[in-house]
Write a protein that binds this ligand. Structure first.
Ligand SMILES: [Zn+2]
Length: 133
């Protein structure tokens, strides 16, 4: 998986994909102001400090927004599927897909990992009935 990570990532996003290879979801947190963010950035979106550190996420969150996609855009992604924005318990939001059910906006979800032969695995989310952390 290390070869896949280096092939598909740049120095900024490499830690994200290296963690994904271990089925671990990570995000950046600003050491200066505490703001969390995801996708990988070179500086904090809140205070513009470049003192960002990687932190492991619990993998739990809520569905912030979602939509069902009915038209095929990618050959490897046949419709219908549910695209979503998930808000992690740690704060950042990420674009993703919902799998193994169709939770509603506000419902709890947890990360699952989508294997994509020949490419790094992707974080997707599935319904989760556990309580808030
Ligand atoms: Zn900051």
């Amino acid at each position: 998986m290390t070869d896949l990570v280096s092939e598909f990532s740049d120095p900024l996003s490499a830690p994200f994909w290296q963690a994904a290879a271990r089925c671990e979801l990570v995000f950046q947190r600003c050491r200066n102001c505490g703001q969390s963010s995801l996708y990988p950035r070179p500086f904090c979106v809140s205070c513009h400090s470049d003192t960002l550190e990687w932190e492991a996420a619990s993998g739990l969150g809520i569905v912030f927004s979602k939509t069902k996609v009915w038209r095929q855009v990618l050959p490897t992604l046949p419709p219908p599927y549910v695209g979503a924005i998930v808000e992690l318990d740690e704060g950042p939001r990420l674009m993703t897909r919902l799998v193994n059910g169709e939770p509603s906006i506000g419902d709890r979800v947890r990360v699952a990992w989508l294997e994509r032969g020949g490419q790094p695995r992707l974080p997707v989310f599935e319904p989760y009935s556990g309580s808030f952390a």
